[in-house]
Design a protein. Structure first.
Length: 312
């Protein structure tokens, strides 16, 4: 990814000149499930740190992505899509994560699909805290056949909320991502950076390993597997340039276990193979990955299980 063009820090002054002040701020990325929030976060950071899937409710944790450009450090917080169903402990936990993320940010990126706005979008919009600048990110612009249709839609969005900025874009287009950095930079407070200049995320390699396995699980099971499955890392050991990882895929029913394992164990092998290859690229190391599948009935509606599996 090309580095967006933003002002670079001034050299150390020798003639009384004042150096460019550092800027740093927290930016929440919110929206209903499956509008492209994780794809946008990965594009902004310049590296994959949040898993993506066609399956809704893929993101389940608050994931921080960091990008430093010139004097500005952007600290992005990707959140789960706000859940309209409140029947399980997992739904309640995911919604608490969304609300807590909004409480301490400097700006909000409210992500919708360009040209679309439904009941779920409206409910998330109603959560935006008053007094904090919110930027409307009209994502997936490349899927809109007639760009002229966006103008009346944008006018309607202006009537729904006093957005600070309106940004039609496609998260998979680098030029659009660069433009967003330039638009967002003035909303960062002047203050020292929170992280090192080359930091990309505050999440551990262990966490990223569990997310990569979960992504492959969802991608290779499609709609067959209910979203109430998770991945727990049992072992993460570093031996020079080798990473030994053992993970357990937790499901609620024996039938789900069979879906994952597949005939002759072929599906589980493919999940492990694709996860291992991606982890080797991400960690820049050789990876030895072992996967197991266990049934834990009702885990998604059990607060103690959720905490044990890393849900906030």
């Amino acid at each position: 990814m090309n580095t967006p063009t933003l002002p670079t820090p001034a050299p150390t002054p020798t003639d009384g000149a004042v150096p460019t002040a550092q800027r740093c701020g927290l930016i929440a990325i919110v929206g209903r499930p499956n509008v492209g929030k994780s794809t946008l976060l990965n594009a902004l950071v310049g590296q994959k740190i949040s898993i993506t899937s066609r399956k809704a409710q893929t993101t389940r944790h608050r994931i921080t992505g960091i990008r430093t450009i010139g004097p500005a450090q952007f600290v992005f917080v990707d959140t789960p899509g706000f859940q309209m169903k409140h029947g399980t402990a997992m739904h309640r936990t995911l919604n608490r994560t969304v609300l807590s993320s909004l409480s301490d940010v400097d700006a909000v990126l409210f992500v919708v699909e360009a040209g679309r706005f439904g009941l779920q979008d409206a409910k998330v919009l109603g959560l935006l805290p008053p007094g904090k600048p919110a930027l409307l990110i009209a994502n997936k612009l490349d899927a809109v056949q007639r760009r002229t249709d966006i103008l009346p839609w944008l006018k309607g969005m202006q009537e729904r909320h006093a957005f600070a900025e309106y940004v039609p874009m496609s998260a998979n287009k680098d030029a659009d991502v660069q433009r967003l950095f330039g638009i967002l930079a003035p909303y960062l407070p002047e203050q020292p950076w929170f992280h090192e200049e080359d930091a990309l995320t505050d999440r551990s390699d262990r966490f990223l390993a569990s997310e990569i396995v979960r992504e492959k699980l969802f991608r290779l099971t499609g709609e067959e597997l209910p979203y109430t499955s998770t991945v727990v890392i049992d072992k993460f050991e570093e031996e020079g340039n080798l990473r030994r990882i053992a993970a357990t895929i937790v499901v609620e029913r024996d039938a789900h276990k069979g879906m994952i394992i597949g005939e002759g164990g072929e599906r589980l092998k493919r999940i492990g193979s694709e996860a291992r290859q991606e982890l080797e690229r991400l960690l820049e190391a050789k990876v030895f990955l072992e996967l197991w599948v266990k049934v834990r009935s009702g885990w998604a509606d059990d607060e103690s299980h959720l905490r044990a599996y890393g849900y906030e």
